[in-house]
Design a protein around this ligand. Structure first.
Ligand code: T4K
Length: 368
């Protein structure tokens, strides 16, 4: 089987060496030495003053939205072409997701359609750097400033991506990364919230650790979303090899581009101007190809290749949101169109180029 991705991992011995000190100290969680070290290293790597580590990306997003203290029932503009986590994080804060369509070039929020969705109830925009493609951060910033809205990026896919030399951690009021096993950089499960504003730091730390400020002091009704020492240790190891891993992913992507870039009916995302990519996903859109996306998906599956339909269904057409006034894929036609046609092909650092060729041959053979 070739799966859509495969977790990056350090050598077994490297991880053992890293966790040896945890065995010796019996200190397994609650912001121990590994947690502190990873946080510091990520603040340096991302050139961001505040990186708060989480046990997963979803809780990081849910908490940073909560930290903004928006009134219940407020509206948040977001896109449906994402993993359900984005929409759930808004809804679970008793806020109302309002779905904006995406642009057909890089599948991020269509900035020309945001303002028409703003009402007196709108408090924020939650755009998604989907597949690691950067949103139009400059236009979003202008719109948010002129309407006094907060911007919280779902940057789950965009770790290590830079725009005009600036890390994706540093746009909007905050950004959330996922460090899930399937991501370019993983801490097994994990995530982080990144922001510039010093005033957010206490709140976001309180939210992930019960509002505890000392053994006899609890100042806030927080939950528990702490990253453990073992997760942080995996992150420290993986960070050492990240640039090499991204370099290998680049080779895989280039091979796919060479094989599929000029095929009629197959549309690939163009490299974005001023963006240093992380090669997180390789989405392919079958539009006018002689076989449908689903036929290609099945043909790959029959040969043991598990591509994925990220992101189908779009979140405004899943059952859980059927009661929402803004639900319905027809209201976001570009997202709906793409969701029916997109396939993300296997991509990970150690994917052999011969396997890439084989995957492409199977795709091309579907035309017959
Ligand atoms: N926002 C966005 C835009 C997101 O995409 C995500 C997560 C989030 C927010 C929330 O972040 P987290 O709370 O997850 O940190 C996967 C991931 O579980 C999820 O993290 C990710 N997005 C989503 C796009 O994909 P599934 O259900 O597709 O995962 P699964 O288990 O089918 O795994 C996919 C493939 O990855 C497997 O076929 C093989 C490989 N794999 C998987 C696991 C679990 C590994 O190589 N190692 C592993 O440990 O959701």
């Amino acid at each position: 089987m070739i799966l859509v991705t495969r977790s990056s991992m350090p050598e077994f011995q490297e991880y053992c060496d890293e966790i040896k000190k945890l065995w010796d100290s019996h200190w397994l969680t609650n912001m121990g030495v590994e947690h502190q070290e990873l946080q510091k290293k990520l603040e340096e790597y991302l050139n961001c003053p505040h990186v708060v580590l989480y046990t997963n990306g979803h809780l990081a997003l849910e908490n940073i939205i909560a930290a903004m203290q928006f009134p219940e029932g407020s509206e948040v503009i977001t896109t449906p072409f994402t993993f359900v986590s984005t929409t759930h994080a808004i809804s679970r804060n008793s806020l109302v997701p309002v779905f904006c369509d995406i642009n057909p070039d890089d599948y991020t929020i269509d900035v020309d359609k945001i303002e028409a969705l703003i009402t007196e109830k709108t408090v924020a925009i939650v755009p998604v750097h989907v597949y690691g493609n950067m949103c139009d951060v400059e236009r979003i910033d202008q719109i948010a400033k002129s309407h006094k809205l907060k911007v919280i990026y779902d940057a789950a896919h965009a770790f290590a991506v830079k725009y005009k030399g600036v890390s994706s951690a540093n746009f909007g009021d905050a950004s959330m990364f996922s460090f899930h096993a399937t991501k370019v950089f993983n801490t097994i499960e994990g995530g982080a919230v990144c922001f510039q504003d010093d005033r957010l730091e206490d709140t976001i730390n309180d939210m992930k650790n019960f509002g505890i400020r000392g053994q006899e002091r609890v100042v806030f009704i927080g939950g528990n979303a702490k990253m453990s020492e073992f997760q942080a240790a995996m992150g420290i190891c993986n960070l050492r090899h990240l640039n090499r891993e991204i370099g290998k992913r680049k080779c895989v992507v280039e091979r796919y581009r060479n094989n599929l870039g000029h095929v009629s009916g197959i549309k690939l995302c163009k490299p974005q101007k001023d963006v240093e990519p992380n090669y997180a996903y390789f989405p392919v859109v079958f539009d006018g190809f002689r076989a449908s996306r689903d036929k290609v998906f099945d043909a790959l599956g029959e040969q043991g290749i598990a591509a994925r339909k990220y992101f189908y269904p779009i979140t405004n057409s899943v059952e859980a949101y059927s009661e929402l006034p803004s639900a319905g894929g027809e209201k976001t036609p570009v997202a709906a169109y793409l969701a029916d046609r997109v396939l993300t092909l296997p991509l990970y650092a150690d994917l052999a180029l011969e396997d890439v060729d084989r995957i492409c041959e199977i795709i091309l053979s579907c035309r017959r």
